[in-house]
Design a protein around this ligand. Structure first.
Ligand SMILES: *Cc1c(COP(=O)(O)O)cnc(C)c1O
Length: 414
């Protein structure tokens, strides 16, 4: 008998997107006429075409592989130097941040990286995970056996949920003095789903907390490119001490429209240490390097060429145009929500708008109103954690025409 990983049995059935799909199918079957004008603002996936600079670079890379003198087989597991250097130079050193090329680990996605990172941490770490948040952080900890069972409300034993609400700007505050210190802390800024971005003061408080307690912060900056407010930190390494307490995750998915192409990276500073049970402090960098060389064979050469092209002058201009497009949609949706009398947050430094359900409706109840009355699919906040109840997320990943039409329906049909 082979035994399975029983931690998987603790996972609540993938509830959110299947349930949205079920409700949308039921609506389509019942109201085929109305279903024809359905607009999806639910999924966190980009919609606009891939930058031409990336496409040209990928075409050229394919041709290189078609000639045995320039053919490439396996590449370096940590990523090609041309991309690691372009990342470190453009995203960090150009902003005065100290990040070495070999502290960048290129991968095929931040979803995998934020899950796989648990390979290099031991068991028994006290976890701090914001609520609501990107569900990957919780589920990967459940799979790794770092939690107990879920309670009736869906909260897993062994996870310290860090509530995010209007009162704290939808970014968790450091725990009060006297509470048992957290060892491994997830922060996502700009945030999926709330669209909030952490202030410098709050991020500094978290870095100081982590340095005080020897904790590690897992900082997911997948939406960094959407930050418009110059006061908002784009990297945790902007905070003094960040290199001693944080791993940063970035992705080209939302930055360059790469959700289908697949390329991301993780920064593990060589100065970041974690403890052994016998009291030593050792660097994490060699562990992640070993993990990647053992369990990963590198992102595709073609894709890495496509990602590097995002840092060319033409590529940067195209990325800026993409981001402007989505943030323009977000502005249209935010204004419409306001005109409709809804209270909303986010959407200025992120492609998501976090809207309070009116009249005290539950997030699924309001999902149904949006679906059946406005024929617009949104994402119920409760799907991102218990503290998301009473909110819904509207995604700005759409065509401008769709954003304008959703705005019109919010104003005229709600
Ligand atoms: C989209 C997203 C990512 C990026 O995932 P990829 O696997 O790189 O596509 C990472 N974190 C959050 C919070 C996201 O929403």
């Amino acid at each position: 008998m082979a035994y399975l990983n029983e931690n998987y049995l603790k996972l609540k059935a993938g509830y959110l997107f299947p349930e949205i799909g079920r409700r949308v199918s039921a609506f389509t079957a019942a109201q085929p006429e109305a279903a024809r004008r359905l607009i999806r603002c639910g999924i966190g996936d980009v919609t606009e075409a891939l930058p031409a600079a990336s496409r040209a670079a990928m075409h050229a890379a394919v041709d290189e592989l078609g000639d045995r003198t320039t053919f490439k087989g396996y590449g370096p597991e940590q990523g090609y130097d041309f991309l690691r250097t372009a990342i470190a130079e453009n995203m960090f050193r150009a902003r005065g941040l100290e990040v070495a090329d070999d502290e960048i680990f290129v991968s095929d996605g931040s979803k995998c990286d934020t899950g796989n990172i648990l390979d290099i941490f031991g068991t028994g770490n006290r976890l701090g995970i914001p609520d609501p948040v990107y569900p990957v952080y919780v589920d990967t900890n459940v799979m790794a056996g770092n939690t107990g069972e879920a309670d009736a409300a869906g909260a897993y034993a062994g996870i310290g949920y860090l509530p995010c609400h209007e009162g704290n700007g939808f970014m968790p505050d450091v725990p009060a003095a006297g509470e048992p210190p957290l060892d491994l802390i997830y922060l996502c800024s700009p945030n999926n789903p709330t669209g909030a971005a952490v202030t410098r003061e709050k991020l500094q408080a978290w870095v100081e907390y982590a340095l005080r307690h020897g904790s590690v912060i897992l900082f997911d900056a997948a939406y960094e490119a959407f930050i418009t407010d110059p006061a908002i930190p784009r990297s945790i390494y902007e905070i003094p001490g960040g290199r001693e307490c944080a791993i940063e995750f970035r992705s080209f998915s939302k930055h360059g429209g790469f959700t289908g192409v697949r390329c991301a990276f993780t920064v593990v500073p060589k100065s970041l240490m974690a403890g052994t049970r016998d009291g030593r402090k050792l660097p994490l960098h060699p562990l992640w390097s070993r993990r990647m060389t053992t369990k990963f064979n590198g992102a595709s050469y073609i894709v890495q060429r496509g990602a590097a092209a995002l840092f060319s002058e033409a590529g940067k201009a195209e990325v800026a145009t993409l981001i402007d497009h989505y943030l323009g949609n977000a502005a249209v949706l935010r204004e419409a929500a306001r005109d409709a009398g809804l209270t909303s947050f986010g959407g200025t430094d992120a492609p998501y708008i976090w809207v309070k359900t009116p009249g005290g409706l539950g997030s699924w109840e309001f999902f149904d109103v949006m679906l059946n009355k406005l024929n617009v699919v949104v994402t119920p906040g409760a799907g991102f954690g218990a503290a998301g109840e009473g909110f819904f997320r509207i995604s700005a990943f759409n065509s401008r025409a769709n954003a304008i039409e959703v705005g019109r329906r919010l104003r005229e049909e709600l």
